[in-house]
Design a protein around this ligand. Structure first.
Ligand code: C2E
Ligand code: CA
Ligand code: CA
Length: 268
């Protein structure tokens, strides 16, 4: 069998739990960081940690292909510790450039259910000497998430620690306005599907304008995800969107490339 056959043969095999355990132990999971931008000042304000699996056998594996399995298998618990250790260590490096930068991390519903989630966060904030206000937890909008958040009180615990929370993929889930109002949330992130079609017609623009207004009426700043063009960026700025993220500003970068990129942007 040729080397290419071996590689592609492996790629098609289903991912196993043992493989993921080994990947965690061998530190094959790495984080890339995508800057979030303030549209008014045109400066980076923080970054979002996006996980990558760089498998020696499979090559790059997109997060959505293995995160559900991480969750089902229970390995996600060990992963959660690794996530906070790794990203807060990166943030302490970024604070040498600008101490106001924040680190946003994505948390799934199963991570929310971990009994020791709050302890894990606290331990890592202390270990890396990070102000809780500089960590941000992102939760994807869904019915399951909303129910879980409201029933187990985790949002209140995060609020007690002064850790900001944002609602990810806003517009795709089922949060009622009533529930949204009840949540202790700091930011709404409009899903990139709305931004992708933004400039196509007036209806799409009306939808995004309404989402910005809804966020503001509820007292939340609003971020647009997946901004790829100058036109989208300008429209969002003119329509009062506070923050943005997307390839137009920067792709997610490994820490060693992120540091010079942010230094350059923030020295202006
Ligand atoms: P997300 O949290 O909505 O992350 C945004 C996704 O959009 C990322 O994909 C990012 O690379 C991509 N993106 C950013 N800007 C643009 C753009 O301008 N155009 C387009 N087309 N795409 C853009 P990625 O890295 O593949 O992540 C996919 C999803 O995997 C994330 O969606 C998040 O839900 C999940 N994920 C990633 N890392 C983690 C993690 O550490 N934990 C958990 N629980 N989920 C994670
Ligand atoms: Ca996210
Ligand atoms: Ca998102």
């Amino acid at each position: 069998m040729s080397l290419l056959n071996k590689i592609f043969g492996h790629k098609n095999k289903p991912i196993t739990i043992e493989e993921l355990q080994k990947a965690l132990k061998n530190r094959e999971f790495v984080f890339y960081y995508q800057p979030e931008w303030d549209l008014k000042t045109n400066r980076a304000i923080g970054v979002e940690a996006l996980m990558r699996w760089e498998s020696p056998k499979r090559g790059y594996v997109p997060p959505m292909e293995f995160i559900p399995l991480l969750e089902e298998s229970g390995i996600i618990h060990d992963f959660t510790y690794f996530l906070f250790d790794e990203t807060l260590s990166a943030l302490s490096e970024l604070h040498k450039i600008d101490p106001s930068l924040f680190m946003a991390v994505n948390l799934s519903v199963s991570q929310l259910r971990e009994n020791d989630l709050i302890t894990t966060i606290q331990k890592n904030l202390e270990a890396h000497n990070i102000d809780p206000k500089c960590l941000e937890c992102e939760f994807t909008e869904s019915q399951e998430l909303t129910d879980e958040i409201l029933s187990n009180g985790v949002l209140d615990k995060l609020a007690d620690l002064q850790i900001p929370v944002s609602i990810d993929d806003f517009g795709t889930g089922y949060s009622s306005f009533e529930r949204l109002k009840q949540m202790n949330v700091r930011k709404l992130k409009i899903d990139l599907s709305f931004i992708r079609t933004l400039m196509e017609d007036e209806k799409n623009k009306s939808i995004v304008a309404s989402m910005i207004k809804l966020g503001h009426d509820l007292g939340f700043p609003v971020l647009a995800e997946g901004v790829e063009t100058t036109e989208q960026q300008e429209w969002l700025k003119q329509n009062g969107c506070d923050f943005a993220q997307g390839y137009w500003f920067s792709r997610a970068l490994p820490l060693d490339q992120l540091k010079p990129f942010l230094s350059e942007n923030l020295k202006k």
